[in-house]
Structure formats: C-alpha cells, structure tokens
Design a protein. Structure first.
Length: 471
C-alpha cells in the first residue's frame, strides 16, 4: 500500500472514514470530464479513503494524523469543479467537508457559515431572516458548497453587479486550518484572504467563511432574442451599464445554441435567434422593458412573470442556462462540444469578440458571453463552445485567442497557474511554505511548489510527476 491507512484509522477512532472503493472513487471525481484532455489525464485518479469530519476539531485531528503519517489530503466540497481541482492526484485522503454545513450567524451584510454549507441553502436562511442573499453564486447554486466556491470558483450569477469573488469586500474573512505537526487555526481577513482563496485547498483547509450579503429580491427571468449577434451583445452591455436597474444576470448565447440545447425552453426560442439571458428585480422590470424597447430588433420570447404557473412547470431557472450550465447543456446535446474561458478586456470587448469569431467561424467556435462588472466597468467574459477535434487544435485555438489579445483561463489544465495567470502566485506559494511544509495538501495543483523554476512560457503542459508515477 502507498500509505499506512490502518495506522490512520487507528489514530482517528471517532472520525467517520469510508473506504468502500466505489464510494471513494465517486468522491474522488468532479466535473473534470468537461474537458476531453482532463478526461484522458485524470480518469484513473482515486483516493484511498474518504474522511468526513463533523467539526473543525475533527479536521484538526485528521490533518494531524495525516501529517504524522505523510498521507496527502485533498479537500472536497461537493465536487462540482470543472478542472479536477478536487481530485486527489497522489491518492490518500479525500476530506469531504459536506457534513460541516451549518449557517452560524447572519447580520446586516454578512453571513458566517461552515465550508460545506450549500449556497442555495444559505439563502434559504438569510432571506426569511432579514431579506438578504449571497451577492453572487455559481450556476451550480443548488449543489455547490460555499467553501468550494471560495477555494475553487470565481464568480457567476450576481457578478454583473458585484464583480468577482476576488474583488475586495465580497469575501469578508476565512478561518483556515494548517497542515502541520500541530495544526493551527488562522483567521484571514483583508488582503490575507488571497493567500487561500482560489488556491484549490493547496495551502489550508477552510473551516469557516464570512461572506458579504446583498439585499434579496424576487428575481424575474427573461430571455431576449435578436436576429443579429452584434446587436444582442451591444444590448447586453448597455443593459449592464444601467446603474439604476437591479440586475443579477446578463449573458448572450449565439444561435442556434439556445434553441438546440435549452431543451425545456425550446418552444420559446426560434432557432435563428441569439439570446440574451436576463435576471431583473421585480421592481425594476418596467424600467428594464422600457429600456429594451429602445433597441431595434429586440424581442422577448420568454418572460417568467407573463406565464401561468402551469406553463412554467418543469422549467429550470434561467441562471441554469448560463455560465457553465450553457456548456453542460451543449455537451449533453452533442458530446463533441467542449469550451474555453476567455477574457475580452475592456474597452475593446466587442471588437475582440467580433474579430475572434470571424477568425474561427460559427461552426467551430460558438459565442457565449457573460457580462460582469470589473473595477466598476461593464465588460464580458467568454465561455465559448468549441467543436472538439484534436487536443492540438484545441491548443491552437487557445493560442490564437491569446495572440489576438484575449487571455485564456485554460479550463483544460488541473494546475492553478496554467488555469490562471500562467505565473507563480508568490503570496499563495509563501503561505503554502508556512501552512503545508510537507506539501501534503492537494498535491500536484501548484506548479510553483513542485518546480519553482518552471517556465510557463515554454508552451509545454505541466505533468505532475506524482500523477505520472502512478501509471
Ligand atoms: P469542489 O469542487 O468540491 O472544490 C473546489 C476546490 O476547492 C477544490 O480544489 C477543493 O479541493 C477545494 N476545496 C473545497 N472545499 C474546501 C475547503 N473547505 N477548504 C479548502 N479547499 C476546499 N464556478 C464558478 O465560479 N461560477 C460558475 O458560474 C460556475 N458554474 C458552473 C456550472 C456547472 C454546470 C458546473 C459543473 C460547474 C460550475 N462552476 C462554476 C464550478 C463549480 O461548480 C463552482 O466553482 C463551485 O462553487 C465549486 O463548489 P464545490 O463545493 O463543488 O467545490
């Protein structure tokens, strides 16, 4: 055996530990299979056991025992990440935090929760408590945990108003347990949050999250159709810029993807229509409709408030047509589809989107834009759908994007650096040296830890030696 699992169990008599291989394998996987490349690379990955702590005290016990025995620990919320973030590349312990799901405190503007709390369930407490809700959530709102969102996500529904998770003020503070002989519990606030936020659990286990809340509204779902893609994108951007309109979601999906893949909404959507997905607060609806009326060619084929309950039955909320749910629906309709994550930097977003889409043609790359507020400016982020042919062609498509001025956040890589800014995050690396000196937390995800001199410009894909050694 790779690790002394019997010794681990002996040290943790009170902790729930699962070793049924089918269950361990299931809890060792996430949505990595969105990427044909990650599917090939990671399909065989599995942990040795799943430990399911009920409290921070149990997290400390588990980390202490794992440290002593040299067993890797990979934290897991609910495993909805798309890049294999929660997959234990070196085996060992999958630390399933789903049982630590209490909402501990709700005050004006702030909720404090345990990491395993499901985002939608948090709102189910903050709404009746004081008419508040989480400012932003991934489209996996119904299933994702708050700890997994902070450690592995970036933003989503709500980012049109509040920006992303990394923007100041959205995450208030984090409690983190370190992986040392005697684990410490640290509270990080202000800029210190960046030590562990979006670090994939490579340098600490988050045991408590304090997150900012916004006012809760009844959000109305709408789909706005356009015959012209450029007109749809210009409308979406202009809508986002209306500071007085309370919006929660603005996205554009190019035809014929909405008709072909939003199957439950299909009857509303002509095949040749590009669709703008909108969520607007009830009290802002009239103003939003008036604003929309100024745009030539805008049609509203779907309005939640105008339909009878029996016509709405079975329809998902429109945010489950957006973000990576667009990708999911497209993938289900056609398994040859994969996707990219692209930033179209302000203020040239439209020119870039147009140039890139003209470059590839609508058969190979189909546009999906998510509008967000970055540093006070409305711009768009892309999750274009790509018809997959070969890994080489996929790499080439990404290279062309970057050469043309649109940075790629590569969703076909399991490392932090390659999926992010393609450079060492000195703050996260320094914190890992302090908080995980043996390098046991989620091994293989931080290149800088394994190879401080790695050349990100080499054009090569990083291959974690621990993963290669298993085959
Ligand atoms: P997991 O996948 O379990 O974990 C994510 C990462 O965090 C892993 O590296 C894990 O090791 C680490 N981690 C988990 N818990 C802890 C902890 N307590 N301490 C330290 N590290 C921890 N993401 C977005 O940001 N926006 C979106 O709109 C979005 N849409 C999506 C749509 C679909 C259909 C899918 C499949 C995914 C989408 N995602 C999106 C990705 C993912 O769903 C979210 O980021 C989600 O918040 C992750 O939460 P989780 O509980 O599933 O985390």
């Amino acid at each position: 055996a790779r690790y002394d699992i019997d010794g681990l169990k002996a040290r943790l008599p009170g902790v729930r530990i699962e070793d049924n291989p089918a269950l361990v394998r299931q809890k060792s996987r996430d949505f990595f299979w969105y990427s044909p490349r990650l599917k090939r690379e990671l399909d065989g990955v599995t942990g040795d056991v799943v430990a399911v702590p009920a409290s921070e005290a149990e997290v400390i016990e588990i980390l202490k025992a794992a440290y002593a025995l040299g067993i890797p620990v990979t934290p897991r919320g609910t495993g909805t990440g798309n890049y294999g973030q929660a997959m234990p590349l070196s085996g060992g312990i999958v630390l399933d935090l789903s049982r630590m799901n209490a909402v501990k405190e709700i005050t004006p503007g702030k909720v404090v929760a345990e990491p395993g709390a499901i985002l939608a369930k948090i709102d189910r407490q903050t709404r009746p408590h004081s008419g508040q809700e989480i400012r932003m959530h991934p489209s996996t709102y119904a299933t994702a945990s708050i700890g997994g969102f902070v450690a592995g996500g970036s933003g989503g529904v709500g980012s049109i108003r509040w920006g992303g998770l990394r923007d100041a003020g959205n995450v208030i503070s984090l409690k983190v347990v370190t992986m040392e002989e005697s684990p410490r519990v640290l509270t990080l606030a202000g800029d210190d949050i960046h030590k562990v936020s979006h670090a994939y659990g490579t340098n600490g286990i988050i045991t408590e999250v304090a997150m900012a809340l916004g006012p809760a509204y009844d959000w109305i779902d709408l789909l706005v159709g356009f015959a012209d893609f450029g007109a749809a994108a210009a409308y979406a951007n202009a809508l986002g810029e209306q500071d007085g309109l309370l919006l929660k979601e603005v996205a554009v999906v190019a035809a014929p993807v909405p008709h072909d893949t939003f199957l439950r909404h299909q009857r509303f959507l002509p095949r040749d229509r590009h669709v703008v997905i909108v969520m607007v607060a009830t009290h802002a609806l009239d103003a939003m409709l008036a604003f929309t009326g100024r745009f030539r060619g805008a049609e509203i084929p779907f309005r939640q408030d105008a339909l009878a309950p029996e016509d709405l039955r079975g329809l998902p909320p429109v945010y489950e047509l957006a973000w990576n749910h667009t990708t999911l629906r497209a993938l289900r309709a056609d398994p040859a589809i994969t996707y990219l994550q692209v930033l179209y930097p302000f203020p040239d977003q439209f020119a870039l989107v147009e140039r890139l889409h003209a470059r590839f043609g609508a058969d190979e790359v189909k546009a999906h834009l998510e509008f967000v507020r970055f540093d006070g400016k409305i711009t768009c982020f892309g999750l274009p759908l790509v018809r997959f042919t070969t890994e080489d062609r996929l790499e080439e498509i990404m290279r062309i994007h970057e050469d043309m001025g649109a940075p790629i956040f590569n969703p076909h890589r399991y490392t932090l650096e390659e999926g992010g800014m393609k450079q060492t995050d000195a703050v996260q690396l320094a914190f890992k040296r302090e908080a995980d000196p043996r390098g046991l937390l989620n091994p293989g995800k931080m290149i800088a830890w394994d190879d401080p001199d790695y050349d990100y410009a080499s054009g090569k894909t990083y291959l974690f030696p621990g993963l290669a050694a298993r085959d």
